[in-house]
Write a new protein. Structure first.
Length: 301
């Protein structure tokens, strides 16, 4: 999995900080998660081809998470896109976008397909042979979902030395990768384990922004490889976090610890603080493996 953080600060775009947007490359999918202002510029800066993005997941309809979307959709038209673009987000997103397209008489010449969400329960919203995507209902001031992206278990890896040793014809390789045993000409059976290696363990990424500290989140992100959890505030402003339905770095770390995740990535920082290192310091008192998202930063997991 490869994560590019295009923006990870709360509220308004500023000279050096962008609102939320990130690109997750997972099992050959290139996924855009949230689309704050500045997303297009950052995509270009990182040389991520717009045309590779087919699925966009929007957490909620606060401007700092989706005001870049109309522009992105409209640029796709100018770039001559013809394949489908799928947009997942809260009910109302279709109306908001289509009104803008209608007023500007700028309908897309490619299929723009909305999948609007209303459920407060976790639901599977996308699945193919490579990945699955489920919602993570969050508790924020408006209807909000995080998203859980999971790789599917790949085929077994061929042990080339072993298949050559037994003189097995290439025509059987696909069956072997699918887990089948092989019967040799002399009638003896070679178990699949001898001919293959285990596929890599599927990875998972949970995106959780924006949300109040919520213990019920723990079960939903249990043992994921990477948890991105918002930390708008530090503990000294816990009262503000509660009031605005955001979380602190310490609370994000508590969720990571209780869910036994491998890595916690913090983001959605309020710009009131002098340094984002303070978020890491605070979270590290509760959970050891903390990384800081920052605009332009990339991660390989
Ligand atoms: Zn919000």
């Amino acid at each position: 999995m490869h994560l590019t953080v295009l923006g990870c600060y709360a509220a308004t775009p500023r000279t050096l900080t962008n609102p939320t947007s990130q690109v997750l490359e997972i099992n050959n999918h290139v996924i855009l998660i949230d689309c704050g202002e500045g997303t297009q510029v950052e995509l270009r800066r990182h040389k991520i081809k717009f045309s590779r993005i087919n699925h966009i997941f929007i957490s909620h309809l606060h401007g700092d998470h989706f005001f870049g979307l109309p522009g992105f959709i409209s640029t796709m038209r100018l770039l001559g896109r013809d394949k489908e673009l799928y947009v997942y987000g809260p009910k109302g997103i279709k109306e908001a976008i289509t009104l803008l397209l209608k007023l500007g008489d700028s309908w897309t010449n490619y299929p723009l397909l909305f999948h609007e969400l209303t459920s407060k329960e976790t639901e599977l919203i996308f699945e193919d042979d490579k990945i699955s995507v489920s919602t993570i209902p969050l508790d924020h001031r408006v209807y909000t979902n995080g998203y859980l992206f999971k790789e599917k278990l790949g085929k077994r890896k061929l042990n080339v030395a072993a298949v050559e040793k037994y003189g097995i014809d290439k025509a059987y390789y696909n069956n072997i990768k699918n887990g089948r045993d092989i019967t040799l000409d002399n009638g003896s059976i070679v178990p699949n384990k001898e001919l293959t290696y285990d596929p890599p363990k599927p990875k998972s990424y949970a995106f959780c922004s924006d949300t109040i500290y919520d213990e019920s989140l723990v079960d939903k992100v249990k043992e994921v490889d990477v948890l991105y959890h918002e930390s708008t505030f530090l503990d000294s402003e816990a009262h503000l976090a509660a009031k605005t339905k955001h979380a602190t770095a310490k609370q994000a770390a508590q969720v990571a610890k209780d869910a036994n995740v491998k890595t916690l990535v913090l983001g959605h920082y309020s710009t009131r603080y002098k340094s984002i290192e303070l978020f890491k310091e605070e979270a590290s008192t509760v959970f050891p493996n903390v990384l800081l998202a920052d605009d332009g930063k990339t991660f390989d997991f």
